[in-house]
Ligand binder design. Structure first.
Ligand code: HEM
Length: 490
């Protein structure tokens, strides 16, 4: 008995000594405790605000123990040095809850790294580029989905109390669905779509809880009641519903693939790439995983951005009027705005930038990891450290955004109201920067422009109650639910 106590005591002393020796190798941050790191200091919500406050004490590159060593980056120069300049930070954590995104780790785009990731990313980018070139399939698909949304909005009888949630969600979902599978849901018959939107929503909300962080640090906690259930099993069961659904959709598209025809959806185009390249990494498992990634990464982000933009327009009706005036003068009312109109609508573009900056919707990125010892602007980063890059802090604190708390689209334009301020655009980074930035950025920018300008062209949106722009916290910062009066313009 006495010996056992001595052994445990020695083990604890050695563990604690090793822990603090390890702590000394990282950039300074709040004092961590052995076993639990800084977890007790974590707020239940708004972790990005907690990190932002810590940056005021420890600077823009500090360590937080979750209880795994994680470096938080809160300003542009640090993020640029890590993600643009260095390749080593393109690696992922490969820990839950992020691994739950896929039925199999190391598949698809978001959860792969090294050569596997390069192959998937290169293939997906090639397909998306091909869709955006030539007859511009992508723009056609976006406009087709906008028409479906217009139809849905037009059929709403009581225009004094309109909830835009599902029309926007379906429009964005249909664009991804068209791109991936080549068909879209009719608004009168979209029960299946609504079910998996709810599954994704639940998953995104459960990603950043303390229990999820604990299970990431100590995977054996999955077997402990309550912690394991909330931090792992509940999420696994929920997201499996969605994986099954995606597998079925991909399987039915694979059946319709015809080698003789030019591919018009992602599944067919990927199959074509499988045939042409013969690379073993291009296979049905990675195809399915890439499709899962596109849905997860592309839907909530884009639909939320559009919901935010209408909320801002209701809060600032004079800005909404100015956007509509610009659209009416340059596009008119007989057709929907197109990408060709973009250069003639600088104010509309400035508003979209400012909504993305001010709503600051993706507060911090999914975890990145470096596989080699390195430095970030002189600060040591040992291999296998997790990196949390806070885009939120950049777009709130960077000195280029004067009076950053104000919603002011004019900050993007020179005094002539026509040309853009490159210095301000450069630091507006909602899609992140560098080697692992958003692969859907081009599509997302097209969607934001075409959907937002079509909505403002066709309706005046008037708040029916106070518009509260305080965000709801989850992996993506969402706007509080609102309803509005939608006044048709023609
Ligand atoms: C307003 C809309 C969007 C925003 C703000 C956004 C933002 C981001 C950000 C910040 C990242 C980097 C994540 C990281 O480094 O961990 C990212 C990655 C990604 N995004 Fe987007 N995104 C949007 C729309 C889309 C769309 C429409 C798609 C595809 C249809 C998409 C697909 C992806 C994928 C697959 C990745 C992972 C890339 C990789 O790991 O190499 N996103 N997105």
């Amino acid at each position: 008995m006495g010996l056992a106590i001595i052994v445990i005591f020695v083990f604890l002393v050695l563990y604690i000594a090793h822990f603090y020796w390890n702590v000394s190798k990282y950039p300074k941050g709040p004092f961590p405790l052995p076993f639990i790191g800084n977890l007790l200091q974590f707020p239940a919500e708004n972790i990005h605000v907690f990190y932002d406050d810590l940056a005021k004490i420890y600077g823009p590159c500090f360590t937080i123990w979750t209880p795994l060593p994680s470096i938080v980056l809160t300003d542009y120069e640090q993020i640029k040095d890590a993600f643009v300049t260095q390749e080593t930070f393109t690696y992922r954590s490969h820990l839950p809850p992020e691994t739950l995104f896929q039925p199999h780790d190391h598949t698809g785009l978001m959860l792969t790294d090294g050569d596997d990731w390069k192959l998937q990313r290169k293939t997906a980018l090639k397909i998306l580029r091909n869709f955006g070139l030539g007859k511009n399939l992508m723009e056609e698909q976006v406009i087709g989905s906008i028409r479906e949304m217009q139809d849905q909005l037009g059929q709403i009888k009581d225009k004094s109390d309109v909830d835009l949630f599902w029309p926007i969600q379906l429009c964005v979902g249909n664009i991804i669905n068209e791109t991936l599978f080549g068909f879209h849901y009719k608004h009168e018959d979209c029960g299946k779509f609504q079910t998996f939107v709810k599954v994704i929503d639940t998953h995104i909300k459960s990603l950043r809880t303390r229990f999820a962080l604990l299970v990431a640090a100590f995977p054996w906690l999955r077997n402990v009641p309550v912690v394991g259930e909330i931090g792992y099993h509940f999420m696994r069961r929920n997201i499996d519903l969605y994986h099954n659904f995606m597998e079925q959709e991909v399987a039915s598209q694979i059946k319709t693939y015809n080698q003789e025809e030019e591919p018009t959806n992602f599944v067919h185009a990927y199959m074509r790439e499988m045939e042409i390249s013969g690379k073993p990494g291009l296979n049905p498992t990675n195809l399915c995983a890439s499709v899962v990634d596109f849905w997860l990464a592309g839907m909530e982000t884009t639909s939320n951005s559009i919901r935010w933009s209408i909320a801002y327009m209701m809060k600032y009706p004079e800005i909404q009027d100015k956007v509509r005036k610009e659209i009416q003068e340059n596009v008119g009312s007989s057709r929907l705005p197109s990408i060709e109109d973009k250069p003639n609508l600088p104010y509309t573009q400035a508003v979209i930038h400012e909504v993305q900056r001010h709503s600051n919707m993706v507060p911090m990125l999914g975890s990145h990891k470096n596989i080699k010892d390195t430095t970030i602007l002189g600060k040591p980063v040992p291999a296998e450290t997790f990196i949390f890059a806070q885009l939120w802090s950049v777009m709130k604190n960077d000195s280029v955004f004067e009076d950053s708390h104000l919603f002011n689209p004019d900050r993007y334009l020179h005094s002539n109201g026509e040309t853009f301020r490159k210095d301000v655009i450069e630091r507006t980074i909602p899609f992140s920067i560098g080697k692992r930035n958003c692969i859907g950025e081009g599509l997302a920018r097209m969607e934001l422009f075409l959907i937002f300008s079509a909505l403002i062209q066709n309706y005046e949106f008037v708040a029916t109650s106070n518009i509260d722009l305080t965000a709801q916290w989850s992996t993506v910062l969402t706007v509080k639910p609102y309803t509005c009066k939608s006044v048709p313009q023609f």
